[in-house]
Design a protein around this ligand. Structure first.
Ligand SMILES: [Zn+2]
Length: 273
């Protein structure tokens, strides 16, 4: 069994603040190790459940947070950007059977800790068809396009509430309860790692129940930006339709095409910083 573990930082136990998620300060240097240790717990859980191969994808910010020498040597590590499949890069490899999402967070404008979708400066909300999605939903649908189900997710209680209906057979591990954007009540890192290891093992043992999240056909993407100026910028791209000051629409043939366009927008947005 080959498993892909996609890791973010905002849902990791003990992480509440942007200083912990942005390079260039001592808080981040500690948090990236907390992230790596939760990844290691997930890797261990996968091998406990009989995995023969594990890929761990570093999916936060610049996609090179976890020091490779800190990670469990049994796993191969996917790092660096840009890359087409972003948070689920690796899912395209032959034989991947399941995706686990560790350290994930809830979507933009919600009440979760450090809630955002892809880029907090650029996007206020992202909808594929009728579904308003956070990163777990977008990348779960992208993995689904490759025929691979999401079987496990960890993060705060808001992240779990948002995603349970999308992944009804997944095992969720609550690392902390949100009481605000920058506040909450967390498990200790040690307790969180134990829960993640057990959660991944249980999820993989039950993976036969899970099915890929599939959104059929061309995707109509409705995007709300954080400012009209951002919408002006994205609409330089002729395939965008302007709906109102901060709402845009475009159509993409596949979820992968939609996600790649969103990531292009995210990269473009740095022009306005
Ligand atoms: Zn992140």
């Amino acid at each position: 069994m080959k498993v892909l573990i996609s890791t973010d930082i905002e849902g990791v136990a003990g992480v509440y603040h942007h200083e912990q998620t942005r390079a260039g300060n001592p808080e981040y240097e500690r948090a990236r190790l907390l992230m790596a240790q939760e990844a290691n717990a997930a890797i261990a859980g996968a091998f406990d459940a009989g995995a023969t191969e594990v890929l761990v994808n570093d999916s936060h910010g610049g996609f090179r947070n976890m020091p490779p020498d800190v990670l469990d040597a049994r796993a191969r590590v996917v790092q660096g950007k840009p890359r087409y499949l972003s948070m689920v890069a690796g899912v395209e490899e032959e034989g991947v059977e399941a995706v686990c999402m560790v350290g994930y967070h809830s979507r933009s404008q919600g009440r979760g800790i450090l809630a955002h979708t892809i880029n907090s400066f650029a996007f206020a909300s992202i909808r594929l068809g009728e579904h308003e999605l956070g990163e777990a939903g977008l990348y779960g649908a992208l993995a689904g396009e490759y025929g691979v189900p999401v079987v496990m997710g960890s993060g705060d209680d808001v992240f779990i509430d948002e995603n349970r209906a999308l992944f009804p057979h997944a095992t969720f591990v609550e690392t902390k309860k949100a009481t605000g954007f920058n506040s909450g009540v967390s498990l200790s890192p040690e307790a969180s790692r134990r829960a993640i290891r057990a959660g991944v093992a249980a999820a993989l043992a039950a993976r036969g129940n899970a099915s890929p999240l599939v959104f059929e056909g061309p995707q109509v993407v409705t995007l709300r930006t954080q400012s009209p100026m951002m919408a002006d910028l994205f609409c330089q791209w002729p395939m965008f339709e302007r709906v109102d000051g901060v709402t845009l629409r475009f159509t993409a043939d596949t979820v992968e095409a939609a996600v790649r366009m969103l990531n292009c927008c995210s990269a473009m947005s740095s022009m306005l910083r």
